[in-house]
Design a protein around this ligand. Structure first.
Ligand SMILES: *[C@@H]1O[C@H](CO)[C@@H](O)[C@H](O)[C@H]1NC(C)=O
Ligand SMILES: *[C@@H]1O[C@H](CO)[C@@H](O)[C@H](O)[C@H]1NC(C)=O
Ligand SMILES: *[C@@H]1O[C@H](CO)[C@@H](O)[C@H](O)[C@H]1NC(C)=O
Length: 972
């Protein structure tokens, strides 16, 4: 137990010492710490949340100025050719590292050692040709590694040694030519779930060369390898559920030898696209997955496809069949093609150049729910689909359909999603969607539709999303969408809409998003309160139209859109400047985002935002605003992001009084200010990102504080600050702003820090010493000061003394005072004494009583005992009296020692000791044998001769050498 305690003690002692050292250290280092930080302006990258983004930055080496707190680091698309050992040294928090698309051919051993938290590493598209010894050392927590598209031929046996937690490895598109390489990889990866070795040079796949024990692997992609033998002799893939084989440019056939058909009995998704294999082997293969297969992909097949379809459709579990790019192998789709496919629920026939489908081709597909016929050459909706009563999703996109008939979608009452985009449809009609009562998503974009012909007036009560963009609509008629009472999103962008009839949006009570960008809408179009039915609208986008306001009164167009959160009408065409009417935004009480970029504004009415108190993001870049009044921002206190780039602003001074305390993001590129003042910086306390690119600055002391702040502040990232350039004054033209030496501008800040730090430390030390060694003097000083105050108060009162002596004593000594002192002095000698318990005036403040008593008495007798020293000596009584002594130069104090008090005990009572040294005093214990003499001496001390030199008197009386007690009793 003792040793434990001792240990704890030494530990806490050590800790205390360390703490003291730390405090001292930080005090000493205060000046350097302040100046040390680089904030987080970065030379080439920027930080977004926790991610350092350096994409496409022409970097040839890993930048070293990345803050150590980042969790993501994206170096994609640079020119890095080599990763060095120290490149990621201080990035221990990193979880995601992207090195995709560089020229990396060399990875130094230990380059990733410190990245213990790294989860994902992407080295795709580089020039690695081998993975060397211990390459990934330290990456114990890595779960995803991608080295896709390199030139890897060899793998060292220890390369993957520390990747015990790896779950996904993509080593596709490399030059691995033997399965033993994969063996070297797999032996260290017990947790691997997904392995992609697509597009390498593997020519055999023998399970015993890969592993001799069963592994976790669930996903395996071996496609695009020239594999000639696929031989599995043991149950090494008990968990495999996803397998992709086949496809290779080389002419060869794969031999299939899986010894026991239970070995792949959990595979549920099988992709044998482009697999070249004898029909017999193919049948064996399909029988191997007989009990588990759900999804089969047979794209680009060379076989008699109809036979394979029949074989696979007899697998009872198989429900999803993908048959893309089979062209002539599947065309034309006849009545027998899917004869056996009764259980199929999902059929994908995209990209087959299908022109004709026989009317009963889909008849056997009784359970089909999803049918994809996209990217074919159909010229009308095939009648065959009418035999699919359970169909929920139908894709007919990217065909040549140019007309639609009333019966095209008859009976499809279960249909939820219909894609007809990218066809040649020019008109709709009223009966088209009559049966589609459950349809939720309808895609009609990218056609030639110029007229809706009441297609949406009465039908589609459950439609949520309607895409009509990129068509040829010019006008929307009254009640056009009246049937779409459930609609949420309506895309009408990229048409030629100019005319919005009053009531054209009637019925769209649930609409939240409407996209109207790139049409021909102008301010006249909006005049007639066209949006008034859209009471739930949250987002309205009208960019790239022809809306141009002049500053005049009119009916506000958005006044009924009280739920609107996003309003965008940037980039309006048309000649001339525009000026927004002050009441334009009336009614938009919940607006959060407003985009009025590039609309040729020359100013903004200063109270335009009074209607939008919730506004958080405002983009008014690319206008010729020049000056912004601060009042403009006073109604929008919640503003978080402000974009005012390319606005020909002469300064950012408007920020100083704009009170934008929530502003976090400010983009103000390419304006005309040259100086950023301290006031501007201070005016946005919440700012975390500042983008001032493309301005030219003044290299002068006006910018000194800005430069200092850019370099040292820890909160605001100043984008691209290292590239800020000066063009004034002329001798600094072209110089980088941050290179400007601001030491000329002020007294060396560092020196000030140094001096002030030194001073504080010295002051601290002096204060500690003073406190430690002169504590009591400080206390006395304090009381002395108080006494001085009282004394000044009484200075001018020269009244006749009321008493002969004031007695100061401790309550414990009261018996002596009452029984010895009082009878003697008052009774026998006839002095008039003042005792506080007897003579203090009731009701008067105690301090006044004391001072009045002392000043009202000729003398003060202190009855000194141990107790008196402890409690009374510092009391006000004695202080006032002693002050009077100094002040009036009268000796008013008479000290009577009631007990023997050794000199050592007196030392804390500094003032008393001094008095005792200078004066004499009466000592009661030593006067015991001569009490009469004691009282006589006291009587003499009290005699009214104070006008004479009392010092001498007292000396005479009390210090005469032949007086026994005066000699003996000197404590000095
Ligand atoms: C990393 O792995 C170690 C053990 O391998 C584990 O203790 C630690 O919690 C992991 N760290 C993270 C961030 O996952
Ligand atoms: C597969 O391997 C076994 C065992 O080595 C062998 O007997 C068999 O012939 C191989 N199959 C093929 C098709 O090479
Ligand atoms: C195949 O393996 C299973 C167990 O995985 C076993 O029960 C069965 O007998 C094997 N069949 C043959 C033909 O070896």
């Amino acid at each position: 137990m003792g040793s434990g305690d001792k240990e704890a003690q030494t530990i806490s002692k050590g800790r205390r010492k360390r703490l003291q050292l730390m405090i001292l250290f930080s005090l000493l280092n205060f000046c350097t710490l302040v100046d040390q930080g680089t904030g987080f302006i970065l030379k080439t990258c920027r930080i977004s949340y926790d991610i350092a983004l350096c994409v496409k930055s022409n970097l040839s080496a890993v930048p070293l100025d990345i803050p150590s707190t980042v969790k993501g680091f994206d170096l994609s698309a640079n020119k890095i050719s080599r990763i060095q050992r120290s490149d990621f040294d201080n990035l221990s928090q990193l979880e995601n590292l992207e090195l995709n698309r560089n020229f990396i051919s060399q990875l130094e051993i230990g380059a990733f050692t410190g990245l213990t938290k790294l989860k994902k590493l992407n080295l795709n598209n580089n020039k690695l040709f081998e993975l060397g010894e211990n390459l990934f050392k330290g990456l114990a927590n890595l779960t995803e590694l991608r080295v896709n598209s390199n030139r890897i031929k060899t793998v060292a046996s220890t390369a993957f040694e520390s990747l015990g937690n790896l779950k996904l490895l993509d080593i596709s598109r490399n030059k691995l030519c033997h399965i033993t390489m994969v063996h070297l990889i797999l032996q260290h990866l017990p947790r691997l779930r997904e392995l992609f070795i697509r597009s390498n040079d593997l020519s055999t796949f023998n399970s015993w060369e890969l592993t001799n024990s069963s592994i976790e692997l669930g996903y395996l992609d071996l496609s695009l390898n020239p594999i000639t033998i696929f031989n599995i002799t043991a149950n090494v893939f008990p968990n495999l559920i996803w397998l992709k084989l086949g496809g290779s440019s080389k002419k060869h056939q794969m031999k299939w030898d899986v010894y026991n058909k239970t070995f792949l009995s959990r595979v549920s998704t099988l992709d044998i696209s482009e697999l070249q294999m004898a029909v017999g082997d193919m049948e064996t293969l399909l029988r191997t997955v007989n009990s588990s297969l759900r999804s089969l992909r047979m794209n680009v097949m060379k076989h008699n496809l109809k036979e394979l379809i029949s074989i696979s459709c007899t697998i009872p579990t198989m429900s999803s069949l993908q048959l893309r790019k089979n062209y002539k192998k599947i065309n034309p789709v006849g009545p027998d093609t899917f004869k056996m496919c009764i259980n199929v629920t999902e059929l994908d026939l995209s990209e087959n150049k299908i022109r004709n489908i026989s009317d009963d081709a889909f008849k056997p597909l009784k359970h089909l729910r999803i049918l994809t016929l996209g990217q074919n050459q159909l010229s009308s909706v095939p009648a065959a689909i009418r035999n699919l009563p359970k169909l929920e999703e139908l894709s007919l996109n990217s065909n040549n359909i140019n007309r639609l008939g009333c019966d095209d979608f008859a009976n499809l009452t279960m249909l939820r999603k219909l894609s007809l985009y990218q066809n040649s449809i020019s008109a709709l009609n009223g009966c088209l969607f009559k049966d589609l009562t459950r349809l939720q998503v309808l895609k009609l974009q990218t056609n030639h539709i110029s007229s809706l012909n009441n297609a949406f007036r009465d039908h589609l009560p459950n439609l949520r999303q309607l895409y009509l963009n990129t068509n040829k609509l010019t006008a929307l008629k009254r009640g056009e969408f009246q049937g779409l009472q459930s609609l949420w999103n309506l895309s009408l962008h990229d048409n030629q809409i100019k005319d919005l009839e009053v009531g054209c949006f009637t019925g769209l009570r649930n609409l939240t998003d409407i996209l109207l960008q790139n049409n021909r809408i102008n301010q006249e179009t909006l005049k007639r309160n066209v949006f008034k039915d859209l009471i739930n609208l949250k987002r309205l986008d009208m960019r790239q139209n022809f809306i141009k306001y002049q500053y005049n009164l009119f009916e506000p167009p958005f006044s009924d859109l009280s739920r609107l959160e996003t309003l965008a009408f940037p980039s309006q065409s048309g000649k001339g400047k525009s000026q927004l009417p002050p009441n334009l935004l009336q009614g938009l009480g919940n607006l959060l985002f407003l985009n009025i970029r590039d609309i040729q504004l020359i100013s903004l009415p200063k109270d335009i935002f009074t209607f939008t108190p919730q506004l958080q993001t405002l983009d008014m870049s690319s206008n010729e605003i020049q000056k912004l009044p601060s009042e403009l921002f006073s109604p929008i206190k919640n503003l978080k992001s402000l974009y005012i780039s390319r606005a020909t602003l002469g300064s950012l001074d408007f920020l100083v009084d704009a009170n934008l305390t929530q502003l976090e993001f400010l983009q103000a590129r390419k304006n005309q200010y040259t100086v950023i003042s301290k006031e501007i910086i201070k005016s946005t306390p919440a700012l975390v990102y500042l983008d001032l690119q493309g301005n030219s600055f003044t290299c002068g002391c006006d910018n000194a504080e800005f430069i200092q702040w850019v370099k040292s502040n820890k909160q605001t990232q100043v984008s691209d600050a290292y590239n800020f350039v000066c063009n004034y004054p002329h001798n600094f033209e072209g110089m980088k702003l941050l290179d400007f030496d601001i030491r000329f501008c002020s007294v060396d800040v560092e020196f000030i820090y140094f001096v002030s730090t030194t001073c504080s430390i010295l002051l601290f030390m002096v204060a500690s010493c003073t406190y430690h060694f002169l504590r009591w003097q400080l206390v006395y000083g304090y009381y002395l000061f108080l006494a001085f105050l009282f004394d000044t108060k009484h200075k001018n009162k020269k009244s006749q003394s009321q008493y002969d002596a004031f007695i100061s004593y401790n309550v414990h000594d009261e018996p002596w005072v009452m029984e010895e002192l009082l009878p003697k002095l008052e009774g026998e000698q006839g002095w008039r004494l003042c005792l506080h318990h007897r003579d203090f005036e009731p009701g008067k403040p105690i301090i006044d009583n004391i001072t009045d008593s002392i000043y009202g008495s000729r003398k003060t007798i202190c009855v000194i005992s141990h107790r008196y020293l402890e409690s009374e000596w510092c009391s006000r009584e004695i202080q006032v009296a002693s002050f009077r002594l100094f002040d009036e130069r009268k000796d008013v104090l008479i000290l009577v020692f009631l007990e023997e008090i050794p000199v050592s005990l007196l030392s804390p009572y500094y003032r008393l000791r001094k008095l005792v040294k200078r004066k004499t005093y009466l000592n009661w214990p030593r006067a015991r044998q001569h009490t009469e003499l004691f009282w006589e001496k006291l009587r003499q001390a009290l005699r009214t001769r104070e006008d004479l030199d009392k010092d001498r008197f007292l000396l005479n009386v009390m210090d005469r050498p032949h007086e026994p007690y005066s000699q003996n009793n000197s404590v000095v």
